[in-house]
Write a protein that binds this ligand. Structure first.
Ligand SMILES: [Zn+2]
Length: 866
């Protein structure tokens, strides 16, 4: 699974909002209103690894916590086969089901069965035999306890048939960061009332929500083959795991699709998706690959998902294990509760993936697509035996994003990904440091964090560096073959690596998988008498973190233009490394491969940083040098000219990330020299990478005449367009709104959000209808922004408009299916709560609310307003 917030954070904020949005202070201040604070979106934190590096950790905040012990689930039975027959009542949002479960006692004799089944009406439970008979049972709304009437041994097989109604909306649920709800089965726009939304049904099983729609042993260490008969109206397409065996039209005008998967997998990977879809078919080797999108996005489906067969080929070869499932389908659903989910052979994605070709000029969704695909080996073929071992699923899926970037787009792209994952983990580490493998978690949903994902992926990358590519991938192959269609815990992974390499790896696993925290190194180097000395101190807090890390890594230094690479192992709290070198090195770089999950503080001179900027082969090492030099520019220094020259050099770097970093550095300067202006104008118009063009526009904003930006508004990239609109306004273009209005026809969210900000900031008249239309088609994440701008817009409008707007917002606050969206709609009402009737309307909203999370929020907000 890929949590939506993390994904959105990494994607939208890095690519569109922060990296490229200009600094119009007045315009951005509009976001700092009271309503912003209640926005459910917490993605607005901008950070860089270095600014965090200097903060230092506070043990009091991040000390690991021990809750109750969470073991693997005891298996009393082997679940051999699950057959489901389902149909739906859209009005009531019920599923009518018959589940036929075939099982065998695991080892010990059994006379009863306990099944997970959340919030069902049970109609009948039958033991299927030559003469079938009804069984007695008790049910507490969560689990069914069924008496079998006799004792079965491990040689016996038995089949139960359960007729039930699942009522997912009547469940009491509690959300988490990764999955915002746990209903298992979701009806979208069930009665068709919402004209802007399709009718859909979809499921989300992870972690243990599949038992909200069928009875099962709902644990990741259970594996079963499956078949599902789905009866729907003929207007709908259905999708499930495995192959479509048959599709039959019934007399009553419905259709029954029979999906079957004869390779076993865990119950949390069961899925269904039902909706009106365009299905675009592709192929990998002899297997069908398909993309299910809403019909308007059919023309873009290949541009979004079309690299899937190449990924399947790449991963199959890398793992020496061909993609093991019957087919691979990918479906986009509305209002998804997470970013994406790797249901076996049928992954589900959030609607943000439905974009047009113009959007794809700035970035693509390859990472999330690779992530879900790679789970089909790590997660679906070999499954973590318990949620405590979740990194066995998520660390690998996250690392696959690196692997794909490296293979498809090159080392710089992979390093960019590495850096963003490192920052994500580091950001989390200031409030939370836990071992990766955690048996003492409070809630299983807490496992879905930047430890299991980001840090886990980075640790695998370090392991690859420790062992080398051959040993690393050979060990992965061995692990997969040894545990295929089974389950694993972290020691199984370690043992697989030890069996292949003959090495003891306890130290690595203990240090990285079983302990919290990360090392912090202070590094100094000097040269005297033909010796280069590099002093390394491990200075991290050791209250919980290993006192001394064992860190094999590379040390690079340059002499006479030649890079010399030394392999070293840091394994003491304080250590000195000495190398005989004929003359003083031009630069020294520890961890030149940029693989350490830790902080390195290395003091260097301006000359050494400049040398590193010019000569390091890793983009991240060059960018780090540039950042250090920029910090030095702000200090009073006699080398100002030298530093400017270094920036100019970076503007010409062959790597776009360095050009972008260099041009971004100029944004903060009040003025630019004439020759720099020409250079950056040229970059704004002609750089081959759209995000460099976008940053160049920002760097020029407010420093040249507005007319220049009329040209860059014609750019094919949405990001360049949007930045140009801000730059035009910021450079004194008084008719900015008339330019902005020209783009009302575009559906891209970045554009829509920009328009909303302009209309709100400039108090443009007669945009009420535009706002209402713009909000109608948007997902929850996007709505949280638009509500805020709309509220702010309304606050400057006549009372009659305010009252009309309040009705629109109150409608969202009452009726939207996502509870966070209801909160942000309510929050926007605060802008206009002085208008007649609005306070009463807000009270109505509060009274109509049933969700405890929202009610708690209203109570809190009410207090703070008093
Ligand atoms: Zn995942």
């Amino acid at each position: 699974m890929r949590p939506a917030m993390l994904r959105v954070l990494g994607f939208i904020s890095a690519v569109c909002i922060y990296a490229c949005q200009p600094k119009i202070t007045q315009l951005s201040n509009i976001a700092n209103t009271k309503a912003e604070k209640i926005s459910s979106d917490s993605a607005d934190m901008v950070f860089s690894g270095d600014s965090l590096n200097s903060l230092g950790g506070n043990v009091g905040i991040w000390a690991p916590t021990r809750w109750q012990y969470n073991p693997e689930r005891t298996r009393h039975f082997k679940l051999k086969h699950t057959k489901l027959e389902v149909s739906f009542n859209w009005e009531k949002q019920h599923l009518n089901g018959i589940a036929t479960l075939t099982m065998q006692p695991y080892f010990f004799p059994q006379d009863s069965v306990i099944l997970d089944a959340k919030g069902f009406d049970l109609h009948e439970i039958v033991l299927v035999d030559k003469i079938s008979r009804s069984l007695s049972y008790t049910y507490d709304g969560n689990q069914i306890r069924i008496g079998l009437g006799k004792t079965y041994t491990r040689k016996d097989e038995l089949t139960l048939r359960i007729r039930y109604t699942a009522k997912p909306n009547e469940l009491q649920t509690k959300g988490s960061a990764a999955i915002t709800d746990r209903r298992g089965l979701y009806f979208i726009n069930p009665t068709g009332e919402d004209l802007h939304k399709p009718r859909q049904i979809w499921t989300q099983g992870e972690t243990e929500a599949s038992s909200c729609w069928f009875p099962t042993f709902d644990a990741p260490n259970v594996k079963t083959t499956q078949e599902i008969f789905i009866t729907v109206d003929t207007a709908f397409v259905s999708l499930s795991n495995g192959q479509l065996v048959s599709s039959k039209v019934n007399k009553d005008g419905t259709r029954t699709d029979h999906w079957k998967q004869d390779k076993p997998h865990a119950p949390y990977l069961f899925m269904m998706a039902i909706g009106k879809y365009a299905v675009i078919k592709d192929k990998w080797r002899d297997k069908e690959v398909s993309y299910y999108v809403e019909p308007p996005y059919a023309p873009y489906a290949r541009a979004i998902f079309g690299r899937t067969p190449e990924m399947m080929e790449f991963f199959s070869n890398l793992l020496d294990y061909p993609y093991p499932w019957d087919k691979y389908a990918q479906v986009v659903v509305r209002d998804f509760v997470s970013g994406a989910m790797e249901n076996t052979s049928a992954s589900v994605f959030m609607e943000q993936l439905q974009v047009d070709n113009r959007y794809l000029l700035d970035d693509n969704w390859d990472n999330i697509i690779a992530h879900e695909l790679f789970h089909h080996w790590f997660g679906n073929l070999v499954t973590c035996e318990s949620w405590a071992n979740l990194p066995l699923n998520e660390a690998f899926a996250t690392y696959s994003e690196y692997l794909w970037q490296q293979y498809k787009y090159g080392q710089d792209a992979a390093d960019e990904f590495w850096q963003s994952e490192w920052e994500q983990y580091l950001n989390e580490s200031y409030t939370k440091r836990e071992p990766l493998i955690r048996y003492y978690y409070r809630e299983k949903e807490d496992m879905f964090d930047s430890h299991s994902y980001a840090k886990g992926g980075l640790i695998l990358h370090m392991l690859r560096h420790v062992l080398g590519d051959d040993a690393f991938f050979a060990s992965l192959r061995h692990y997969l073959k040894k545990h295929q269609y089974g389950k694993a815990e972290i020691h199984d992974l370690r043992l697989a690596f030890e069996e292949v390499t003959g090495m003891d790896l306890n130290w690595f696993y203990d240090q990285w998988f079983m302990s919290p925290g990360h090392p912090e190194l202070e590094v100094k180097h000097g040269y005297a008498d033909g010796l280069l000395t590099v002093d390394v101190k491990q200075v991290h807090d050791t209250t919980y973190t290993p006192a001394v890390y064992r860190l094999p890594m590379m040390l690079d230094y340059w002499v006479n233009g030649q890079k010399i690479r030394q392999k070293i192992e840091i394994n003491q709290r304080e250590q000195s490394f000495r190398f005989a070198v004929a003359q003083k090195p031009d630069a020294v770089l520890l961890d030149g491969e940029t693989q350490l999950v830790g902080i390195i503080r290395h003091k260097k001179t301006v000359e050494e940083w400049i040398y590193q900027l010019k000569n390091a082969d890793k983009m991240l090492a060059r960018r780090k040098a540039l950042e250090e030099l920029q910090m030095k520019t702000q200090e009073i220094t006699p080398n100002h000219e030298v530093l400017i020259a270094a920036t100019v050099q970076a503007l010409n770097d062959h790597t776009w990330q360095i050009r972008q970093a260099a041009v971004q550095a100029l944004e903060g300067r009040d003025q630019l020299e004439e020759n720099l202006i020409d250079k950056i104008k040229n970059m704004a118009l002609n750089d081959e990478h759209s995000l460099v063009r976008a940053s160049a526009v920002n760097a020029l904003s407010g420093k040249i005449k507005p007319s220049f930006f009329i040209n860059t508004m014609k750019d094919s990239s949405y990001t360049v367009l949007v930045n140009s609109l801000y730059a035009y306004a910021n450079s004194g273009g008084e008719d900015a709104v008339s330019y902005v209005e020209q783009f009302e026809g575009l559906q891209n969210f970045l554009v829509v959000k920009t328009l909303a900000e302009f209309y709100s900031y400039f108090k443009v008249q007669n945009k009420f209808d535009w706002f209402v239309q713009a909000m109608a088609r948007r997902n929850s994440y996007e709505l949280s922004y638009l509500f805020n701008y709309f509220g702010s817009y309304l606050s400057e409008q006549p009372q009659s408009v305010q009252i009309a707007g309040a009705k629109v917002l109150a409608d969202y606050a009452r009726r939207h299916s996502n509870y966070e969206t209801r909160i942000s709609a309510y929050g926007a009402l605060v802008f206009i709560d002085e208008a007649p009737g609005v306070k009463a309307l807000m009270e109505d909203v509060r009274k109509a609310e049933k969700d405890q999370r929202v009610l708690d929020y209203y109570r809190m907000m009410f207090k703070s307003n008093e």
